[in-house]
Design a protein around this ligand. Structure first.
Ligand code: MRU
Length: 344
């Protein structure tokens, strides 16, 4: 598959994004030279998934400062602050966005040049590849042979710079020779599970079945799921995790039926400035996404919709957090701080 995200050229180059809204039917690579274009791609989920959004944010800052053509260091820093603030507001829940934008602010204030911004944005990208690999290594042993793993949304190569978060664990276990099946929630309303996760897994030769989201609890109750792995968009200091809407419901079913559930997230997804999940902002998206399917309106005229894009899974419902720095188990504020405390 084409790279999810790639910078082409030097600081005068452009950002190439695989348009995920069209997958799996079409593989179109978008070329961005302007800040508005990148922000639009983030908002309409052409690029999505918390780590990938963070990587896009890094390059977006470079593009935004470049198009303002600041002359002199003072003007550069002013333009940088303006652009970082714009980029940080593109989507509210994934903390990787502000984490990356603030990294760009720090480096650009210290070294006000486009080449320094490019080096930092590329470092954010390269580091994410390594974070994904590390999460895969940490989590792979949790997947036992001949079991069934359920995942939600897309936490794979399309959501990161590398192999993914939850899917990195799945790919790593598969690479070690463990054979197992995966159930992918289709993930209404935008179908990241059926369109993206199933695509990634089938291309990797990992058996995958897509289910309607509403089938998950019943399959868990019938003992047809052995392990649940999801990603996260933001993890609070106490280990509560915001992830794609529907993850909380999975955690309730998992807890009720004693099925282990882990959230897989790199340190860049932790936000120790928020005490609990209650403080994490939840993105409300366009009701039209719920009222239509495949671009076709399915609800009667005049019907409204609610479209929260994320929900909060309490740490108490999770068996652990798989990070690039190791497994946090049990999840306590102290254990979270001990593993990720110095990362931000
Ligand atoms: O709205 P999206 O598609 O950006 O939501 C993405 C998710 O919820 C993922 O599960 C999360 O970002 C984990 S990414 C590896």
């Amino acid at each position: 598959m084409e790279p999810t995200i790639e910078w082409i050229g030097d600081e005068n180059g452009h950002l190439a994004l695989l348009d995920q809204t069209l997958l799996p039917a079409e593989r179109v690579v978008l070329e961005h030279n302007d800040l508005d274009g990148v922000i639009d791609s983030i908002r309409r989920l052409a690029v999505r998934g918390a780590p990938a959004i963070g990587i896009a944010a890094g390059f977006a800052v470079l593009i935004g400062v470049r198009e303002r053509q600041p002359s002199g260091e003072g003007a550069f820093r002013t333009a940088l602050d303006e652009v970082v603030d714009i980029v940080s507001q593109a989507r509210p829940t994934a903390v990787n966005l502000t984490w990356a934008a603030e990294r760009m602010r720090r480096i650009g204030h210290a070294t006000p040049s486009l080449s320094a911004l490019l080096t930092e944005a590329q470092a954010i990208h390269d580091e994410d590849v390594a974070l994904c690999r590390a999460m895969g290594e940490v989590g792979a042993e949790l997947i036992q042979p001949n079991t069934t793993v359920l995942t939600h949304c897309n936490a794979g190569r399309l959501a990161t710079g590398g192999d993914g978060t939850a899917l990195a664990v799945i790919f790593a276990a598969h690479d070690k020779g463990t054979r197992f099946r995966v159930i992918a929630d289709e993930t209404r309303p935008l179908l990241q599970g059926s369109r993206l996760t199933a695509l990634e897994l089938s291309e990797a030769g990992i058996p995958v079945d897509v289910i309607a989201d509403s089938a998950a609890a019943g399959l868990i109750a019938r003992g047809e799921v052995d392990l649940i792995l999801t990603g996260a968009d933001r993890v609070a200091a106490n280990g509560d995790a915001a992830n794609k809407v529907g993850t909380y419901g999975l955690s309730l079913a998992a807890k009720e039926h004693g099925i282990p559930m882990y959230v897989v997230a790199p340190v860049s997804t932790f936000d120790l400035s928020v005490a609990t999940g209650a403080d994490i902002p939840i993105e409300d998206r366009d009701p039209a996404e719920v009222l239509s399917l495949g671009g076709q309106r399915i609800a009667a005229p005049g019907v409204g919709a609610r479209n929260p894009a994320f929900d909060i899974t309490p740490a108490a419902h999770l068996n652990g957090l798989i990070t690039d720095r190791g497994l946090i188990r049990p999840i306590t504020t102290e254990n979270v701080k001990a593993i990720v405390g110095d990362s931000r």
